[in-house]
Write a protein that binds this ligand. Structure first.
Ligand code: 26Q
Length: 821
């Protein structure tokens, strides 16, 4: 497949798309690639055969795209991310190749059920949450809007863990997504690189060597081998490459050791190399500062940079033109060491002088920040960094001295400010600040929502922003409407087409035309029927999976996301406890039947997050077994929330919970997916919720709680949660019930400390926002009791969310940051 640099070759004739020919192709793949006939084939074999048939068409388009990129000689985008949360690919690829209906018909004629085999495709979970899923949406959008792009990442053998719930507690199990092989990927051994670690640095032996040229002699080396997966854009227009690296030993087995009888020792090096890409770190907020993680980051950054530079030099022969031909986007700081790695390549391998190398580096890189949480800002102890990457440590010091020199000369900064700009945190154990390194090495630094970008300028990067005021810019996140509307919500998709035609399929902003139907009662009936069908489907699934009995006519209230204190699942549960209490005290009132669904994983070492999962399950058990609230309130924690589960839950939601402490959620993207699928949002003015309100209109969203500025002010003034709790009987009672063991009779003190945290400091403003949240929930109840009004609001949400397409986001990156046409 590597046609780069070669003359155009004759292409195979375009394949026909008709169901019969396709059925024939599928059977042919089954026979000659899998080695089975239709009678012997198991569902997995059919899945494989179908994927191979789709894949062959994708490959035709892939070759054309590669050829076109080569001929155009333009700038390419490299998206570097430690995470790509792609989920399943079959439906995505078939639908973007516009062959899903044909696949369906072909399989019907073969007596094979598409839905059954589609369920067997593993969900590629090479990511934690929002940041990883954003990278996957971006890959699809870059192919769609015709940006020549490569995604670079790690081919983890074990991606995100599988979550089981055992007696209410989260249990983590390894997920082996590659167990049945992966028909989407191609190993490219010819494009392997050596990656070094440790060792020492000597002056260059070259007598013409420049001042900064050194020779790094690593003590340890491993091989990085790429696996390529084609990513198809909408209507198959462009196919880009997702290139994931695997670590391999240089010597798979040390034969001299083996022959000497040391069988384990002979394999030790091999195991050590393979461990590098074995597992995804399942922490999304408080980074585990482990050496293996830094090794992963460098391994992947070095392999990607070597590949990018190799390709550039092969095509263009001149390293100086790199910034004109390559735009490298860093997805958070996880690949920030790539800045030092490019400097090393330019200085040591290409002999450039420092200024020249630094200029090329800064014009090539740009960096996306996804968090302001201090505990999530990545930094590495200097001794560890130095031991693992001695040459990079020197380069970081050299960059730092230049940076601080520039800052001092500007005359704008006192010593304290200089300290915050430094790449080295000198408070306590010295650490390398990866955010500052990424900032210094980039010409563009972007936030992921308008509010988050403003806060970046005021907080983490305040001084760097004063030094380089033109660098920070905003790119509000988006989601791909192909996966998150057209594929996952077929009913709504067809209803929209019937109402406004096909234009929204290519231009999501055309969804606006639905506004006209919002109050149309015939349309409303159909909209309600679609929502009901999606809820019934989810209800069936949950019956199979967890034996839950859920009435599809109740209000489906859903909070699905990673479990974190700032996301405030606890606030949601406390409100549920309070509602439970009120229903029991006033059974005569006209309560709205509600089903509250929770889903999400907790980082393995995050104690409070795991406790919140247990609490959700404990409260669910008490509520669901209490005949007093039967038919009025039901709570269910859905285990192992992942992309495929999201595709079932989001289309079934009536109410989307986006209730983070204002100022703490950088953007959110689940919020967007729910709104496009016709759920109403209950949310704070945080992240992209602010812009969603601006687009859907404040009358079509339920906003509550403190603003980011108010949160700041309360914290600064010395907020006392006890005062607030004393003023709210409902809150005090709910907290007392949880704390005293009403929901944990087997261990009455289980939630004592969790509740005590609210009394003592309440960092996340749960108490401060409780009354506002609770009355917002009663406003939701009132709206639900006017079904036509509810649906009207929901339709306005669908109609006005077009701007949140990741195609729009990618066009903004392309125009403002990458400068690709
Ligand atoms: C870092 C170092 C060591 C180990 C793990 C990590 C790590 C891994 C993943 C740190 C953070 C993450 C993930 C962060 C994330 O998903 N952030 C979310 O990004 C979304 C896309 O921009 C936003 O919508 C969310 O608001 C933000 O929380």
């Amino acid at each position: 497949m590597n046609l780069e640099g070669k003359a155009p070759l004759p292409m195979p004739a375009p394949r026909q798309v008709d169901p019969q020919a396709l059925a024939h192709e599928i059977v042919e793949r089954l026979t000659y690639r899998i080695g089975k006939n239709a009678t012997a084939a198991k569902p997995h074999d059919w899945l494989h055969a179908v994927i191979l048939s789709i894949r062959d068409r994708v490959i035709d388009a892939w070759i054309k795209s590669t050829q076109k990129t080569y001929e155009e000689q333009g700038r390419r985008v490299y998206y570097l991310s430690l995470e790509f949360l792609i989920g399943r690919l079959m439906r995505d690829a078939a639908s973007n190749m516009e062959m899903l209906d044909d696949v369906q018909a072909a399989l019907d004629s073969l007596g094979v059920d598409l839905d059954i085999i589609a369920e067997l495709e593993p969900d590629a979970a090479l990511g934690n949450g929002g940041l990883g899923r954003l990278a996957a949406c971006f890959m699809e959008s870059m192919a769609t809007v015709d940006v020549p792009a490569y995604g670079y990442g790690i081919r983890y053998v074990n991606g995100m863990f599988r979550q089981e719930i055992s007696e209410g507690w989260q249990v983590e199990l390894p997920e082996t997504w590659l167990a049945h092989g992966n028909p989407w990927e191609f190993e490219r051994r010819e494009a392997s690189y050596e990656i070094g670690f440790g060792g020492r640095v000597d002056p260059s032996e070259d007598e013409n060597a420049s001042l900064h040229q050194m020779r790094w002699r690593p003590a340890e080396r491993v091989i990085a081998t790429p696996y390529d997966t084609p990513i198809v854009g909408w209507r198959g227009g462009r196919v880009n490459t997702l290139r994931l690296w695997e670590a391999q030993p240089i010597d798979p087995i040390l034969l001299d050791r083996f022959n000497a009888g040391d069988h384990l020792g002979a394999l030790a090096e091999s195991n050590r190399a393979e461990a590098l890409t074995r597992v995804l770190y399942p922490a999304d907020s408080s980074p585990a500062g482990q050496e293996l993680r830094l090794r992963q980051e460098y391994f992947f950054s070095s392999a990607s940079l070597q590949d990018i530079v190799r390709r550039h030099v092969q095509y263009f022969r001149d390293i100086h033109t790199l910034p004109e031909k390559a735009a490298i986007q860093l997805n958070d700081t996880h690949p920030a060491v790539a800045v030092a790695e490019l400097m090393r390549i330019l200085l040591d391998d290409h002999g450039l002088d420092f200024d020249e190398a630094w200029d090329i580096t800064r014009r090539t890189f740009s960096y996306t920040n996804h968090t302001l949480l201090p505990e999530a800002l990545e930094s590495w102890p200097v001794p560890l960094f130095e031991r693992l990457l001695p040459r990079h440590m020197q380069i970081v010091y050299a960059i730092n001295s230049r940076l601080l020199g520039e800052a001092r000369r500007s005359g704008k900064f006192d010593d304290h400010a200089i300290g915050t700009i430094s790449l080295i945190d000198e408070g306590g154990e010295r650490r390398v600040r990866m955010g500052n390194l990424a900032f210094a090495g980039s010409h563009s630094i972007n936030g992921v929502s308008a509010l988050h970008t403003d806060l970046m300028k005021q907080t983490v990067f305040a001084d760097l922003h004063r030094l380089y005021p033109a660098r920070i810019n905003n790119k509000t996140n988006g989601v791909t409407f192909r996966r998150w509307l057209m594929q996952c919500n077929h009913g709504l998709f067809e209803l929209i087409r019937e109402a406004i035609g096909d234009r929204f399929m290519d231009d999501p902003e055309a969804l606006r035309e639905l506004d006209r139907f919002a109050a149309d009662s015939a349309f409303q009936d159909k909209f309600a029927a679609v929502k009901h069908a999606n809820k019934a489907a989810l209800s069936n699934l949950l019956r199979q999976r967890v034996n839950a009995r859920i009435d599809p006519s109740a209000l489906f209230d859903i909070q699905i996301k990673r479990i974190h204190e700032y996301k405030r699942q606890f606030l949601n549960i406390i409100e549920a406890v309070s509602l439970y209490d009120q229903i029991r005290s006033h059974p005569e009132k006209d309560w709205v039947p509600r089903v509250k669904l929770f889903g999400g994983k907790a980082a393995s070492s995050y104690h409070n997050a795991k406790l919140i999962i247990k609490l959700a399950n404990d409260v669910a058990r008490a509520v669901n077994h209490d005949p007093a609230v039967q038919g009025l309130l039901k709570i269910q924690f859905v285990p192992n929330y992942n992309v495929s589960m999201a595709e079932m839950m989001i289309p079934a939601a009536d109410l989307s919970e986006q209730i983070s402490t204002a100022g703490m959620e950088a953007s959110g993207t689940g919020n967007m997916k729910f709104a496009v699928n016709g759920a109403l949002t209950i949310g704070t003015l945080d992240g992209a919720n602010v812009e969603m309100r601006d687009h859907v209109g404040e009358e079509n969203i339920v906003i509550f709680g403190l603003t980011a500025a108010q949160v700041n002010e309360r914290r600064a003034k010395g907020y006392d949660p006890r005062e607030v709790i004393a003023q709210s009987r409902e809150l005090a009672q709910a907290l007392a019930a949880i704390s005293s063991g009403v929901f944990s009779p087997d261990d009455p003190t289980r939630y004592k400390d969790l509740v005590q945290g609210i009394y003592d400091h309440d960092w996340f403003m749960v108490a401060a926002d409780f009354e506002s949240y609770s009355s917002a929930q009663r406003r939701v109840d009132a709206l639900w009791q006017e079904p036509s009004r509810w649906i009207e609001m929901a339709v306005h949400n669908v109609a006005r969310m077009g701007w949140f397409s990741s195609d729009r986001t990618i066009r903004e990156y392309a125009a403002d940051i990458w400068k690709v046409p």
